[in-house]
Design a protein around this ligand. Structure first.
Ligand code: URA
Length: 197
């Protein structure tokens, strides 16, 4: 897909997401949060679901967790404009509760299409939900473990278009309430640099 085709396809999904009513989260959303960044990104980050700030603005990772994410990106010389970032769910769960299986199921086609458009070389799954989703998607169900066990590991997949590296990471939100986790995240982010070089 060339740049124009990618833009066209992403615009199509954006409209679908904005009009989506496939699950009850659509009724409580202020804004849906499609995702943002470079449609030709090598690295794609997948979070869980929009929080309060994201729901208010329509932008992914624009609150406290986003600030941590920006620092982590900077530590490996990446900027938001270099990567693509989205979530499993495009609408905020009430009180930021965990996503429900039926919400993930309803929303999954959007993320799957986004991955197909971007065709990243590295997918960083942020936290337990995104990691489970991605490992399952690529037939690695038996590798699923809690994020404390598999953060910073690299899973290599041969896809139709390239070799894909899946890197599970702690969700950056953990560093907002546990500063020691920032250190672990900074270490794990070095893996991205290693794969890119
Ligand atoms: N947490 C997420 O998982 N995604 C966001 O966009 C914001 C916070």
């Amino acid at each position: 897909m060339n740049k124009q085709e990618k833009e066209k396809e992403m615009e199509k999904i954006k409209k679908e997401i904005q009009l989506c009513s496939k699950c009850p989260l659509s009724q409580s959303r202020t804004n849906s949060v499609v995702g943002e960044g470079n449609l030709s990104a090598t690295v794609m980050f997948i979070g869980e679901a929009p929080g309060f700030n994201e729901d208010q603005t329509g932008h992914p990772f624009c609150g406290a967790a986003g600030k941590v994410l920006d620092e982590l990106l900077q530590s490996v010389n990446l900027l938001r404009k270099d990567i693509y970032i989205t979530n499993i769910l495009k609408c905020r769960p009430p009180q930021n509760r965990d996503p429900l299986p039926e919400e993930i199921k309803a929303c999954a086609p959007y993320l799957n299409k986004q991955i197909e458009i971007i065709q990243p070389k590295i997918i960083c799954s942020l936290g337990n939900y995104a990691t489970k989703f991605i490992l399952e998607k690529y037939g690695l169900k038996e590798q699923i473990q809690g994020i404390s066990k598999i953060h910073g590991k690299i899973f290599t997949i041969n896809t139709l278009w390239n070799d894909l590296f899946i890197v599970p990471l702690y969700h950056p939100a953990v560093a907002t309430y546990n500063p020691l986790m920032k250190k672990i995240l900074l270490q794990d982010f070095q893996i991205i640099k290693k794969i890119l070089s």
